[in-house]
Design a protein around this ligand. Structure first.
Ligand code: SF4
Length: 311
């Protein structure tokens, strides 16, 4: 069977209907964030590589676009850090030659300090990099980066990106309750966010099951307060339930629910059982959790999603 690199379109809080493109093998990343919804990183690396042939990925995108209603964005994201994919420039160019659909890049932002890497993604329409810490110590404890990445290099790289990239730049800041929602951390984060000067600062928190149990959700009220402090271009990322109201998304959510009614499953079980990308499965599971239709339980280090039969 041919490998699939596309997933979705998935409903996205920010991007409407987003066709996801996976460029690296599962959990190949330069970080091992404590909040990662995909679990712990299994291949922490800064090695840039053509993990899959660029021609095969472009072929899959073309095929998928022929099957679906055009999405709002084609999003380079997926199972790890997309900037580790060495022919990313060729890939973006290939997409641009194929369609007018906007290209978004979801990245941890760890590699923009390398000039040659930064130059490869300037043709994207939207870049959403992360900044989750305001100094080296917090960076080490929240993002657990590869040893070759320092906080100052990473953050200066984001400033350089702003200078050279003419598209839209939305900076995503993940706040971990009890860790980075403290005033002194927010003050440091704001200093860097002001220097980077993105179009938007988007505040996020643990609304999905994080890699580490100790990561807590910051309340909506506190998030709003922090957004106000961060300035007029800061916002708490809005709920995406409205996007889910569209028929095509309900179908898959119901499929996930039906599977969970039959037996408790981990995220891996769901994605294998329904041939869904993990990112896609997470969204549907989250929606079921939000509606109290499923609950989670840890068994042998695994998070299982369970439907109680009296629901
Ligand atoms: S959240 Fe993103 S950057 Fe952090 S470990 Fe997961 S995939 Fe990597």
């Amino acid at each position: 069977m041919e490998k699939k690199f596309t997933f979705g379109p998935v409903p996205s809080r920010r991007l409407g209907r987003s066709l996801g493109i996976d460029l690296v093998p599962f959990k190949t990343c330069s970080y091992d964030c404590i909040y990662c919804q995909l679990g712990r990183t299994t291949n922490k690396t800064t090695e840039l590589k053509e993990y899959f042939p660029v021609g095969e990925i472009l072929r899959d995108i073309r095929k998928r676009l022929g099957e679906i209603t055009p999405p709002d964005y084609i999003t380079l994201a997926g199972s790890g850090e997309p900037m580790l994919y060495s022919p990313i420039e060729e890939l973006i160019r290939g997409i641009k030659e194929m369609t007018d659909i906007r290209v978004a890049l979801l990245t941890n932002g760890s590699l923009f300090w390398i000039d040659t890497v930064r130059r490869t993604i300037l043709e994207a329409d939207l870049i959403i990099p992360s900044l989750d810490a305001g100094d080296e110590d917090t960076f080490l404890s929240v993002n657990r980066p590869h040893g070759g990445i320092s906080f100052s290099a990473m953050a200066e790289g984001l400033c350089s990106l702003r200078e050279s990239f003419t598209g839209a730049l939305w900076l995503e800041v993940f706040l971990a309750g009890g860790i980075t929602d403290k005033e002194r951390e927010i003050v440091k984060l704001k200093k860097w966010a002001d220097r980077i000067n993105p179009d938007w600062v988007q505040l996020n928190t643990a609304v999905r099951t994080p890699a580490e149990d100790f990561v807590r959700t910051v309340t909506k009220e506190k998030m709003e307060e922090i957004a106000e402090f961060m300035g007029p271009h800061a916002e708490v990322i809005a709920d995406y339930s409205k996007v889910h109201d569209r028929g095509e998304f309900h179908l898959t959510r119901d499929d996930v629910f039906d599977l969970l009614k039959r037996r408790p499953c981990s995220l891996d079980d769901i994605s294998k059982g329904l041939e869904l990308h993990r990112n896609e499965a997470i969204k549907y599971v989250q929606e079921l959790l939000d509606h109290d239709l499923v609950r989670t339980e840890k068994r042998n280090d695994k998070t299982l999603y369970i439907v109680d039969h009296n629901i």
